[in-house]
Design a protein around this ligand. Structure first.
Ligand SMILES: *Cc1c(COP(=O)(O)O)cnc(C)c1O
Length: 293
């Protein structure tokens, strides 16, 4: 699995005024539909499936899940059958359309039943020796292993690294990557869910060695997939000034946090900051009516 993710420097007045450097790791460019970090997370998960001779990938997500779409696309590329268990009432939208276009079979389950994914897997695929369980969002140790390569690809040292967090798998990978490469950066986690205390434990469980990180829990904008005018304006402004698109669910919130801290003079002069663009741009299209134009 080839991953090409370049680094682009951003030039903006605010950054120059505070004398800091902002680089963006463009994982959003890895693939148009396999949202950057989902591709990294699937890398070792798919290797494991192959080793166990499983050729049916069964995974889970909401109706707008970047992970479902990533799994559907990866399945088509590698010749594996994919089954997506979708939370809630049967619906159709662009994400699910693209899942089906890539050959994914969808099954909708009630929100109640959805809570126990292992149970659903047991009930539906107990007799299917080919079926391989992939957790929602590609969460877990294999996923984190793939994400640690973000750090292994870096050729420069950074004072700060910023990344959005849902399950925390990507962040855990980044922290492990720093351990493996003996690099020292302050890592900034921006949870996109409102009640994010669970995340610290998720992250710590996946760490090879304990390592501290900044936890900025005040940038969830009301909760998962919630937005407001200032977030949408920030995304619009940033896209128009740089040509780099952000999504309102993950990357928009995380980069908003970075610029908010910049304004509060959190950084030192000449700091080098790396923002991990985890992708998810398809989510922007799912929210287009929220923008004021
Ligand atoms: C899924 C996703 C995340 C969250 O990654 P975790 O490893 O679950 O924390 C961040 N950004 C984007 C764009 C995503 O699709």
């Amino acid at each position: 699995m080839n991953i090409y993710s370049p680094i682009h420097s951003v030039r903006l007045e605010q950054l120059t005024a505070h004398n800091v450097q902002l680089d963006i790791k463009r994982d959003d460019l890895i693939h148009p539909f396999i949202s950057g970090n989902k591709w990294r997370k699937l890398k070792y998960i798919l290797q494991q499936a192959k080793q166990e001779n499983k050729n049916v990938l069964v995974t889970f997500g909401g109706a707008y899940s970047n992970h479902l779409l990533a799994t559907a696309t990866a399945g088509a590329i590698f010749g594996l059958k994919t089954i997506g268990i979708v939370r809630g009432e049967p619906v159709n939208n662009d994400t699910l359309f693209l899942c089906k276009l890539h050959g994914m079979e969808l099954q909708f389950v009630s929100r109640d039943a959805y809570r126990n994914k292992r149970e659903i897997f047991q009930a539906l695929f107990n007799k299917n020796k080919q079926a391989f369980f992939i957790d929602e969002g590609g969460a877990g140790a294999e996923g984190a292993k793939g994400c640690s390569e973000i750090i292994q690809e870096l050729t420069e040292n950074y004072n700060h690294i910023f990344c959005a967090a849902g399950t925390g798998t990507t962040i855990a990978g980044i922290l492990n990557g720093l351990t493996f490469t003996k690099k020292h950066s302050q890592v900034h986690v921006i949870p996109v869910l409102k009640d994010s205390e669970y995340l610290k434990e998720n992250i710590n469980e996946l760490l090879h060695k304990p390592i501290t990180f900044h936890f900025h829990k005040q940038y969830h904008f009301g909760g998962y997939a919630k937005t407001n005018v200032s977030l949408l304006n920030f995304i619009t402004h940033f896209t128009q000034q740089t040509g780099i698109m952000l999504d309102p669910i993950y990357t928009g919130k995380a980069l908003f946090a970075l610029f908010d801290l910049l304004q509060e003079r959190f950084f030192n002069a000449e700091d080098k900051i790396l923002f991990i663009h985890t992708g998810g741009l398809f989510g922007t299209l799912g929210m287009k009516e929220r923008f004021a134009f």
